[in-house]
Design a binder for this molecule. Sequence first.
Ligand SMILES: Cc1cc2nc3c(=O)[nH]c(=O)nc-3n(C[C@H](O)[C@H](O)[C@H](O)COP(=O)(O)OP(=O)(O)OC[C@H]3O[C@@H](n4cnc5c(N)ncnc54)[C@H](O)[C@@H]3O)c2cc1C
Length: 334
Amino acid sequence: MSNNLESYKDIWVIAEVDEITKKLRSITLELLSAAKKLSQDLRCKVGIVIIGQDNKKYFEEFAKYGADIIYNIEDSSFTHYDSQNYAQILIALTKKYKPEAILYPSTYMGRDLAPRVASKLSCGLTADCTAVSVKEGKLVQSRPAFGGNIMADIICPDTRPQMASVRPNILPKIALENPSKPQIIEEHFKAVPSKVRVIKTQKDKASEVLKPEEADIVIAVGRGVKDQKTFAFIKELAAELGAALGATRPIVENGLLGKNHQIGQSGVSVKPKVYISFGISGALQHTIGMHNSDLIIAVNSDGKAPIFNISQYGFVADVKKVVPQILQQINKLK
Ligand SMILES: Cc1cc2nc3c(=O)[nH]c(=O)nc-3n(C[C@H](O)[C@H](O)[C@H](O)COP(=O)(O)OP(=O)(O)OC[C@H]3O[C@@H](n4cnc5c(N)ncnc54)[C@H](O)[C@@H]3O)c2cc1C
């Protein structure tokens, strides 16, 4: 969509609800907060699009985080995410209301949905952004490039809407003190028979364990953890603290933990209250996914390891010795 750029207005956020917990994903509120800030520069309104069932229970939160308009598409046939139907709805809404920019969550849903919409509307899309801003009236979509060595600022000068998917746990959530009452626009769509049919949904094993991107405490394991015994102790410590397990890429590649535990550039971003690393050097590709944590504690046998540059507490120690000692102390306190 390219002609008459001036006819496009407002910035939209695509909402996402966790299908299992039925709670709004935190990224929805992070995107709304970012959109609210951008809307001041773009002098426009913030719209949020929610497709699903029983959506009204989320409206108050949408208002609190800055939505001016809620586009509500509610039907029992949209209970589960479905690429074909969701994309068709968004394409139709975009053609009708002409938003100037759309922010998607960079989650499985957003990563699947955004490119489908972009290709049908022939507009640009920057995937996996870590920052969004406005310069000279255009959306600047920033993301790491060339292996994380540089940050690329990308703009779409000739097409609308300008679209970006943004990583969870990077942008802050900012609740408004005096939220206004959003306008609600109900739109109705009939689901088309999808090429993909959901026959049965079941939780995979990974969904039963605490996700690092959603946990308050993350214990992350690096290549300095060399033996199974120490790894078992770390798992025990995580269970004691109610922490999620995170990992660097080599640990995932070695099969010690699944891909959904990988933190960093090609994994997930985390923002827990406490992040504890054992045997992690602090390569940029890892720290880009955890440096926003509230409190960072690092254990590494090398006092010069870069992870110490971003840690509030650093312990130059051997993980093999430290972890059993921490467990002993916890047991004593019980
Ligand atoms: C395109 C690209 C994408 C990438 N994406 C990611 C990503 O998403 N996430 C990610 O993590 N990495 C990623 N990487 C890899 C990244 O560059 C690093 O190689 C990786 O993060 C290093 O992992 P590590 O810290 O576990 O290992 P190392 O760098 O080998 O560090 C191990 C550390 O353990 C310490 N140590 C050793 N023995 C002990 C001991 N007994 N006690 C305490 N400390 C000890 C050492 O001093 C060292 O600092 C990516 C790389 C590329 C090129």
